[in-house]
Design a protein around this ligand. Structure first.
Ligand code: ARG
Length: 263
């Protein structure tokens, strides 16, 4: 009897311990864990001092300041972000992430905070002048991105998937791929570093909207983020953050794509 009693007490204390610590990052409302892939300038990148910087990081810092939370940045592979959100390891995925039908099956998205498009990057003087010329070509993309999905649909495409967009660009400079399909702002940032070799084709491929991903049914966080995004759009904070990071590479870029017509 006595043994059972102490066993029960032990069990109870273990359970409460598990309950409190088991809440982990996600149960701790003082922290906001954002999963990202810091290989995507100007949205998220690692600065020389090792700190995370970029538009998404600043947006999240701002939201955390306004809501009394501490921001925790988890830098992981891009295609691990959604699994990290669905499993509850991270509260949200913020990574210049495009809203897609496919992703909407697994996560909920906030109000869009950025309009983007996919572009084609080629070596200067390339015969590739537009989407039609990509048929049967070696195309470099970052694994799991919308650029990956888009290029995979091109007839006869020889897909070359890389963990980082910068690696796809490097392969392009080394003539290992014929073109890279990537988001417009990172394209500008990467091409600016190789402006003697690479250009962005003027005609964009798609129009996309970036939003933050949260676990399906996490309505509390979804509405907190939506409220903050809307506030930041209304009071000019969003525009100020964008202005700080955009355009710095623009002057060095050969071609700045114009916005595509809405679909
Ligand atoms: N917008 C694209 C997508 O959602 C690419 C995003 C890549 N982001 C990153 N942090 N590497 O698929």
């Amino acid at each position: 009897m006595k043994i059972w009693k102490s066993f029960a007490i032990l069990l109870c204390s273990l359970m409460s311990l598990a309950f409190f610590s088991g809440c982990g990052k996600n149960g701790d409302t003082t922290k906001l864990v954002m999963a990202t892939n810091a290989e995507f300038p100007p949205f998220e990148f690692k600065a020389e001092d090792g700190s995370f910087q970029g538009i998404d990081i600043e947006i999240m810092k701002h939201i955390c300041e306004r809501t009394g939370r501490e921001l925790v940045v988890e830098d992981i592979a891009f295609d691990s972000i959604i699994p990290s959100v669905t499993s509850g390891k991270a509260h949200c995925g913020v990574a210049g992430m495009t809203i897609t039908e496919d992703r909407l099956r697994n996560v909920d998205f906030t109000t869009p905070y950025y309009e983007a498009f996919q572009v084609i990057v080629v070596p200067k003087g390339s015969a590739i002048q537009g989407a039609d010329d990509l048929k049967g070509k070696r195309i470099g993309v970052q694994t799991g991105t919308t650029g990956d999905t888009l290029a995979s649909d091109i007839e006869g495409a020889d897909m070359n998937r890389f963990g980082k967009g910068a690696e796809a660009i490097l392969a392009l400079t080394q003539n290992k791929v014929d073109a890279v399909v990537i988001d417009n702002e990172p394209a500008k940032a990467f091409v600016a570093k190789n402006s003697d070799k690479l250009v962005i084709l003027e005609e964009p491929l798609t129009k996309e909207s970036y939003a933050m991903a949260v676990r399906k049914g996490n309505d509390e966080l979804l509405s907190l983020l939506n409220t903050q995004i809307e506030l930041m759009m209304a009071d000019g904070t969003m525009a100020a953050i964008r202005a700080k990071y955009e355009g710095t590479a623009e002057e060095e870029t050969a071609a700045t794509p114009s916005a595509p017509a809405a679909e």
